[in-house]
Design a protein around this ligand. Sequence first.
Ligand SMILES: Cc1cc2nc3c(=O)[nH]c(=O)nc-3n(C[C@H](O)[C@H](O)[C@H](O)COP(=O)(O)O)c2cc1C
Ligand code: SF4
Ligand code: SF4
Ligand code: FES
Length: 593
Amino acid sequence: MAANADQIKVLICQGTGGLASGAAAVAEAFEQEVAKQGVEAKVGKRCAVIGTGCRGLCANDVLVDIELPEQEAVTYDFVTPEMVPQIVEEHVLGNEPVAKKMAGPYYAKFLEKQQRIIFSRCGTVDADSLDDFLSHKGFDGIRKAVTMKPEDVIEEVKKSGLRGRGGGGFPTGVKWSFCKASPGDTKYLICNADEGDPGAFMDRSILEGDPYGLIEGMMIAAYAIGCKFAYVYCRAEYPLAIKRLQKAIDTCYEKGFLGKDCLGLGFDLDMRIKAGAGAFVCGEETALMASIEGERGMSRPRPPFPAVRGLWGYPTNINNVETYANVSYIFYNGADWYSSIGTEGTKGTKIFALTGKVKHTGLVEVPAGTSMREVIYDVCGGILNNRKFKAVQAGGPSGGCLPAEALDAQVDYDSLIKAGAMMGSGGLVVMDETTCMVDIARFFLNFTRVESCGKCIPCRIGLKIMLEILERITSGEGREGDLELLEDMAYDIKKSSLCGLGQTAPNPVLSTLRYFRHEYEAHIKEKECPSHGCKPLLHFEVIDEKCKKCGLCYRVCPVDAVRWEKKELAVIDKEKCTKCTSCYDACRFMAIK
Ligand SMILES: Cc1cc2nc3c(=O)[nH]c(=O)nc-3n(C[C@H](O)[C@H](O)[C@H](O)COP(=O)(O)O)c2cc1C
Ligand code: SF4
Ligand code: SF4
Ligand code: FES
């Protein structure tokens, strides 16, 4: 983005990732240095040090953009307070970017295939500033929506093709029309900001980086459906998101943008945040509503669906953070513009959270239909340490593991389901050749078992039994018939559980059985873990062909069980070895099996 002529901007990521990496100290250093070097007097322009939301490349925080008047922004990564004097002196004053400290070519690659719509204000504006929001289309969407009849607003959302980003992909306009059609004057609007999928943090980033954008999307929904009261249900583990959103809500009340006669546009809307205690099941809509009502977060049978009988028995519309954020942009630019992005069945962009064995972890926003390969290799730089890609878990604990053969699958709702996974909230956990797929299934199943609300037996007891089977397989105690038993139980639990948690929890087991059955069989029949990832199945032998003779294992062994001489292969003395796994963890060449 080229800065306007009247000021210099120093944009510092102050998302959770930025702050955890020391963004507050970096901001302070810039403030001090700008004053100390007399930047404003020398240049004759204001130099604003601005805290922004997440930029996506969180692993490289602290990210700083310097925008000089009428010039493209220059990005620095891994910025520390010590680097600031040089950047101010050479770049801000001298107009000579400090090449050695700039983000490498990977940053341009990281952005190249992205289409940052929902994130367009995250990382570029001051998240706390209403004025900044207003000067970036803020509230243009609701102003346009109120010129239309509520039912036409719903038609526009239907026409855009927007589908819910919370996981299920239900068409948003259709959902709104159900709630609107329910009789009664009291209706609630809920934003689901529970975001319980491990590794997913796109909703948090929207809340931290563009809280007014979310409020606007919710205003449009409230106007269309006829809701006068809205809740944002956000987990208490997101204190920065809650703080920024609360500040934005308070500012909107002060300015008359929320409350009675919002923005003077003739409709009323009150908005409140409800902090949840961070249970995965509370992201499920009926458990979420129970939690707002002050009950224990447990799922309830559907039907009745929330649109008919929701919060406190009244018709309720519930959507995800990213869904509401999309709505604002549909009304800035029109349904036709929106539906021109993406694929036939999935319109718009989708934000993905990449974690695991990938070079550049973080958040990426790509048009639906981009391939998994492009996301992992082109945007995120490929596999860490140039290892071999093995699988990607798409859709969080309810999703599935896709193998290399599925790398060309498009990221859209239908293609991912066809491939055996799901979009879910957009979590992508990338795995390399060192990851054991049985252990991964065990990991996710353990997560859902712990998070089960316990209301229905298939989920409460069934997942526990499935987990016990997986635990015995990964510890070398697997038996003939275990895989068939796992499959039978998985389908039964999916069929008979009350809510989506139990109905999807077996998915990681089923998808790894579909694509990596041979790994399960090796554990059971040969008592081998082909990835050497299950520690109880390690033999503590050095693989001669892989050993680089570095002697690291020799140095870390606490009981002198490793024999090694310079330029010689290491050898483990099994008599002395206590199987502590230190050598296995230390070896960088996977040379111990
Ligand atoms: C176990 C479970 C956890 C869920 N967690 C979330 C969540 O964290 N955020 C979310 O938006 N939807 C979550 N959902 C989906 C919600 O129930 C609901 O479908 C969604 O909020 C609807 O919004 P959308 O139509 O905008 O996608 C979860 C569903 C299940 C079964
Ligand atoms: S499926 Fe699991 S989480 Fe859902 S109601 Fe049953 S026990 Fe609770
Ligand atoms: S497992 Fe522990 S005790 Fe055995 S060789 Fe390795 S470091 Fe030594
Ligand atoms: S929090 Fe700084 S880039 Fe994500």
